[in-house]
Design a protein around this ligand. Sequence first.
Ligand code: HDD
Length: 699
Amino acid sequence: MIVRKSKTASKSQAPSEARPGGETHQTTTSANQTLTTNQGVAISDNQNSLKSGARGPTLLEDFVLREKIQHFDHERIPERIVHARGSGAHGYFQPFKNLSKFTKAEFLQDPKKTTKVFVRFSTVAGGAGSVDTPRDVRGFAVKFYTEEGNFDLVGNNIPVFFIQDAIKFPDLIHSVKMEPDRAFPQAGSAHDTFWDFASLMPESMHMLMWAMSDRTIPRSLRHIEGFGVHTFRLVNAQGESTFVKFHWRPSLGVASTLWDEAVKLAGADPDYQRRDLWEAIDNGDYPEWTLSIQAFDQKTADELDFDILDPTKLIPEEIIPLTPIGRMVLNENPVNFFAETEQVAFHPGHIVPGIDFTPDPLLQGRLHSYLDTQLSRLGGPNFHEIPINKPVCPMRNFQRDGHMRMAVPPGRVAYEPNSLDPNGPRENPTRGFASFPDPNAGPKTRERPESFADHYSQARLFWRSMTPPEQGHIVSAFTFELSKVETPAIRTRMLGHLDLIEPELGKRVATAMGMVGEADKITPAVPPRDDLDPSPALSIIGKAPKTVQGRTVAVLVTDGSDANAVQKLRQALKKEGANLKLVAPKVGKLEGNGLVPDMQLDGAPSVLFDAVVALPSEAGAKELLGVAAAIDWLRDAFGHLKAIGFNAATNPLLDKAGIDTDAAMGVIALDGKNGIEGFIATAKKHKIWERDKLVRPQR
Ligand code: HDD
């Protein structure tokens, strides 16, 4: 059992005996613990190395020093080749009802039963020390510790992928990572090698549309959807199979930042999303997702106008609706980042009876890669014994030895069949995992099926499913990224693809780049269809819930601010499930009102918050007129389309920031009638889209 010192322990980290990995040798609860070496020898002095005389040389004999430094020298392990930067959390999953109709998986049978999970969210391209808010896909990997073994659902926040076959994965990743000669750019796709590769891979067009949309600049990890991407199979006790696509839906809804916001966040708080997840769990605002499936049979699969084995295609919800099957709640932060978040090893091949693969060629390649990568990342084949990776059910087999083996299997017998250990483990045809007998064999060949050949129709479907602001953002993102590309031939090739996806898109990007008429002419293998109905479910703005739940509103206060007004606002926000943070020019107690700020203005730019309110005193506002950070605070909030509340004293600051006090544009007087209600109603919109045209070119 893990026990923390209560004074420093975070609220969410109450000791949990049941948590996976909840065993360690540091287990004492008593005070006055003695510091020891790794061999358990008590240490008398942890401040000074052993020397020959107080001013003399250090002795090689100092085993305490040598052990400590040696261990330190080896503290780092290779970071993940992709998804290196991640944040994890513990939680549980609970099905809504018995799902025996679809699957015999034990953890999906009983709505009263919860299964522990560990989730790791990640960015893909950046290193472990990169920032949280680049334009990037987010990984969404869930480990279910079921009683039949671990099931890993290793997905992303985008339902499709860049490539159709795993053999292209190293090329894709090499193109997006830092360029190998110069080692930049870090965590960004806006460079020549990525767009060179992408523009030569028509199959990436659909995913590129998602990547250039607001999906890749999420507001927080609590505001992302998750997708299993591939078509999987569920198999019931009768051996009947149903195809499924897995979807995670956040209870807070999906929300994104604006690009300018994401860029500024990277500087203001590189750990923005990691901190947000940690603090939410620590405060008891447990993030929650619904797991849904799109379930369909072979006949339906055959009727679709694309191949369900092609991971660059999605099935619109309007064609096969989502069936909610359970919910996941994340309610416990890791107690040790390295032991848990870093050492957790996900693998799409970690599967349980009742769930099975399909021959999607991307999935098939993944089934090798994830196991293999752990050998170099975690140092050997025994990573399943690391507490965070250990199944909660018994594991018994005849695998033996290897680096860092923890188990101590007794006895002579390490083989099967055997007669010397009649009670030893045996295969079990009834309970054991049996693969669904997929009749999909054919001649040995290296070829892409014809049914994978339409690369543009769903890219077009995505474009047509977006609201006008979202379309504008896609145009801006392509413009930004392609403008960073130095090689003109890559830009013109990409513009050719955009013309094919939708002529309007190509034209708008070319116009914004100043390259009208320069697009290459690209002849597609299969021309994009023009008859696909838009899928409103793909839009973020279209289905955004109006809520401030889980959001943070910052209030700028000064000496002499009205504590009553702050208190009223705090109560009203609390009722709606939102947090309030006080920002002031100084972090100590304010004069004249006893308010204690949470953050100091220089370290709390408005980009960190979902909506802002300025409630300075008149004297305080006068002082703030000379503080650029205060003017930027308001100007950025305005530019980032956030609700702004203000009192009369703020007027000169708003003037200086060039902001009109127009309620229709989301700038709300708090001291007016129904001021607080009006402000909260505005903040619930998350972004004031009407304002967009005032602050950036409409491309
Ligand atoms: Fe992958 C990590 C998701 C294709 C090879 N992948 C990794 C993680 C996620 C995904 C979320 C991070 C897991 C963690 O938090 O530890 N990957 C995906 C999705 C894909 C996908 C949704 C397509 C649908 N991946 C993919 C392919 C390959 C890999 C085609 C190789 C052929 N992925 C890896 C890897 C990683 C990994 C190299 C790096 C670290 C690790 O596995 O444990 O094996």
